[in-house]
Write a new protein. Structure first.
Lengths: 397, 202
C-alpha cells in the first residue's frame, strides 16, 4: 500500500540531497516520463522558495497540542499490571529483553559504522584531499620517500641525524661531537632537498630548530648543518611557512627565484610558485626584510614578475589558510583558485572555450574535504561547471 | 541505512504492539507533523487538521496488533487521514473555494491524494534534516533562513557575537544535504563561508 509513493518521494528527496545513484536516477526518470503531471510535479521541487514555504507549513504543526488530544482519549498499558505475570515468565521475559537489547545494539552499531563505510566508498570514486607526502634528496643524491618511511632514525650524514618523528615530521639534529664554531666548516657544507609533490604537504624541523611547513608542489634546498655556517640560507620554490629560530649573529634567509627574505626574528609565509604572477611574503610575527624592504607584522610584500615590489596590509586568514588546513578565497581570481586546487588534489585543469574567464570567488572550506565536495560547492554558484575524468578536470560554463 | 532503520523499526514496532506509551510515542513523533501537513493542505483549516490528525492516531492505537511492518503503520495513517479529510470536507456546510476544489478533486480521482502524499514525504525528509541539526545551530539557522534575519540581528537577538552566528551558519551549511536549502541560506551576495559568486562574470 502506497509503496510506489514512498519510493518515488524517497528518490526525489535523495535527488535534492544530491545522493541519487545512477540506477535510482533511471527509476526516477522513468517515473517522470510516465505522465505529464509527474513531470510538472517533479519540476515543482526545483524552487527553493516553494520548498521553504512548504517546510514552514510543515513546521506549523503543534505536536504537543495534538499529542494531548490523543493521550486524553487513550489509556496506556501500565507495566505493573503485568508484574505477577512477568515474574512467572521471568526467563522468557529476560530472553525477550536480551533480544530487544541486541536489536538496539545492532542499531547503534550500524549507526556508528555506516558513515565510515560511506566515506570509504566515496573515497574510491572521489579524489581525496592531499596528505603528508614528500621526498628527501640527500647530499649523495639518494632519495627517501618520507610517507613510506617508518618513524625513527633515517640517516646519519655529515654531522647530523635525520629522523622521522612519530607525528611524521622530518627532524634534523646535530650530532653531539659536531664542532659548533661558526664559519669553520664552510667547505663541507652539505645540501639536502625536500620535494613536496602535488597532493602533498610536509613539515620539517631544521638543525637550527627552525620549523618549516611546506605546501604542495614545493621544494626547498637547505644546508644540513645550518648552525655551522655564518649565514643560514635556504632556497624555496613554491610555498612555505617559516618559524625561524632567531639568532642575531646568524641571520636566516630564504631565497626564491627573484627575492631574498632576511629574517630578523620571525614567523612568516612565502608564496613563491613559478606559475603565479607574484611572490607574496606575509609577516606574522617579528620583523623581516624583503629585498631590503622592511615589513612589520600584519604586512605583506607583493613582488610582481616585473620586479615591482609593494607592501600592503595582509589578509592573515587568507595567507595562512593552507597551514591551518583550510581554503580561504576572498575575491580571488578564479584561475588562481583552480591552481590551488590543482596542487592540493593533484589534478590537471583544462579550460573549455566556454569556461568563464574570471569569477571572483569568496569563501572558506576545510582542505580535508574531498575534491567533488569542493567542486560541487563552486558549481552551486551556477557560473561554472566541472567534468572530471580520472585526474583531469574540465572547466566549462 | 536500510539495516539501521529496519532494526529500529522492528524494535519500536514490538514496543508499539506491546502497548507501551514509549512505543506509541515513537510512531507519533515520526508521523504527526507529516500527517498534519498532509491534512492541512487537503482541508485548508489548521485547528481542524490538528483534530483530524489526533483521531488518526487514536484509530492507530485501537489496532495496534494489526501491523506487520512500520511502513504499514505509515500507510495506514495516510489512508485514514485521507478518509477523514474527505469526510470532513463533505460534511462542511459552507466551503471556501479551495476546499470545494479539493473536494471535487478528491472525489474525482485518487491522483491528487497520491501527489499530496509524495509531497508530504519529500517535505518531511527535508524538514527532518533541519530538525537533526544541533540545537544552537538549528535555532540560528531558523532565524537566518526562515525569519530572514541578518547575521548582526541574530547576534543581537541571542546576545552572541557575529562570528559565532557565522560559524553556526557554516556548520548548518556543512551539515545540511539539500542543495536548495544550502543555497537559500548562503544567499547570493554575502557570506564568507560558502563559495559564492561575488562579482560579475566577465
Amino acid at each position: 500500500m502506497l509503496e510506489e509513493e514512498f519510493y518515488i518521494s524517497g528518490l526525489i528527496a535523495k535527488q535534492l540531497q544530491g545522493e541519487l545513484d545512477s540506477e535510482q536516477q533511471r527509476a526516477l526518470d522513468k517515473w517522470i516520463n510516465t505522465a505529464e503531471k509527474n513531470k510538472i510535479v517533479h519540476q515543482g521541487y526545483c524552487s527553493e522558495r516553494e520548498i521553504k514555504l512548504k517546510v514552514q507549513q510543515y513546521n506549523q504543526a503543534n505536536s504537543e497540542a495534538i499529542y494531548k488530544l490523543v493521550t486524553d482519549k487513550i489509556v496506556f498499558l501500565k507495566l505493573q499490571q503485568k508484574e505477577s505475570f512477568t515474574k512467572k515468565l521471568w526467563p522468557a521475559f529476560a530472553a525477550a529483553a536480551a533480544a530487544i537489547i541486541m536489536i538496539v545494539g545492532i542499531g547503534l552499531y550500524n549507526q556508528r559504522t555506516f558513515p565510515d563505510e560511506v566515506t570509504d566508498l566515496i573515497a574510491q570514486h572521489d579524489i581525496p584531499a592531499g596528505k603528508k607526502l614528500a621526498t628527501l634528496i640527500l647530499g649523495n643524491g639518494k632519495r627517501i620517500a618520507l610517507a613510506d618511511a617508518q618513524p625513527g632514525l633515517l640517516v646519519v650524514e655529515a654531522g647530523i641525524s635525520i629522523t622521522k618523528a612519530e607525528n611524521g615530521n622530518l627532524v634534523y639534529r646535530l650530532l653531539p661531537q659536531t664542532d659548533l664554531s661558526v664559519g669553520q666548516h664552510h667547505r663541507t657544507l652539505t645540501y639536502n632537498t625536500i620535494e613536496i609533490p602535488r597532493g602533498g604537504e610536509y613539515q620539517i624541523v631544521l638543525a637550527d630548530g627552525t620549523h618549516v611547513w611546506l605546501n604542495s608542489a614545493t621544494s626547498m634546498k637547505f644546508p644540513t648543518t645550518l648552525v655551522k655556517s655564518a649565514e643560514r640560507i635556504v632556497e624555496l620554490n613554491g610555498e612555505g611557512y617559516f618559524k625561524v629560530n632567531h639568532n642575531p649573529r646568524q641571520p636566516f634567509s630564504v631565497k626564491t627565484t627573484n627575492q631574498v627574505v632576511e629574517d630578523l626574528g620571525t614567523e612568516f609565509n612565502i608564496n613563491a610558485y613559478a606559475d603565479e604572477s607574484s611572490t607574496v611574503t606575509t609577516l606574522l610575527d617579528g620583523s623581516l626584510s624583503v629585498n631590503s624592504k622592511v615589513l612589520v607584522p600584519g604586512q605583506q610584500a607583493v613582488l610582481k614578475k616585473s620586479g615591482n615590489l609593494t607592501v600592503q596590509a595582509a589578509d592573515m586568514q587568507e595567507a595562512l589558510a593552507w597551514k591551518n588546513g583550510d581554503f580561504v578565497f576572498r575575491n580571488d581570481d578564479f584561475r588562481m583558485v583552480m591552481r590551488k586546487i590543482s596542487r592540493w588534489y593533484n589534478v590537471d585543469i583544462i579550460y573549455d572555450a566556454s569556461a568563464p574567464k574570471n569569477i571572483p570567488l569568496g569563501g572558506m572550506i576545510s582542505r580535508k574535504k574531498t575534491l567533488s565536495l569542493l567542486l560541487n560547492l563552486m558549481e552551486q554558484t551556477g557560473a561554472v561547471h566541472f567534468t572530471r575524468k580520472g585526474r583531469t578536470i574540465t572547466v566549462s560554463k | 541505512m536500510g539495516a539501521k532503520d529496519t532494526a529500529d523499526d522492528a524494535y519500536w514496532l514490538n514496543e508499539f504492539q506491546r502497548g507501551t506509551q514509549k512505543g506509541f510515542t515513537w510512531f507519533f513523533n515520526v508521523h504527526n507533523k507529516s500527517l498534519f501537513y498532509f491534512a492541512s493542505r487537503l482541508i485548508q483549516d489548521i485547528p481542524q487538521a490538528e483534530e483530524l490528525v489526533s483521531q488518526c492516531f487514536i484509530k492507530l492505537w485501537e489496532r495496534q496488533q494489526n501491523f506487520e511492518t512500520a511502513e504499514n503503520i505509515k500507510a495506514f495513517l495516510y489512508i485514514t487521514c485521507r478518509n477523514s479529510c474527505l469526510k470532513h470536507l463533505r460534511d462542511l456546510k459552507r466551503k471556501t473555494a479551495d476546499q470545494q476544489l479539493y473536494l471535487s478533486q478528491l472525489e474525482e480521482s485518487e491522483e491528487t491524494v497520491l501527489y499530496e502524499i509524495i509531497d508530504t514525504e519529500i517535505i518531511s525528509i527535508i524538514a527532518r534534516e533541519i530538525e537533526d541539526l544541533p540545537d544552537r545551530c538549528r535555532e540560528i539557522f531558523s532565524l537566518l533562513y526562515f525569519e530572514q534575519k541578518k547575521t548582526s540581528e541574530v547576534a543581537l537577538l541571542l546576545n552572541i557575537n557575529v562570528q559565532t552566528v557565522r560559524n553556526q551558519k557554516i556548520r548548518a551549511i556543512e551539515l545540511l544535504k539539500t542543495k536548495l536549502i544550502k543555497k537559500g541560506l548562503s544567499g547570493m551576495h554575502l557570506l564568507a563561508f560558502l563559495l559564492f559568486v561575488n562579482g560579475d562574470i566577465k
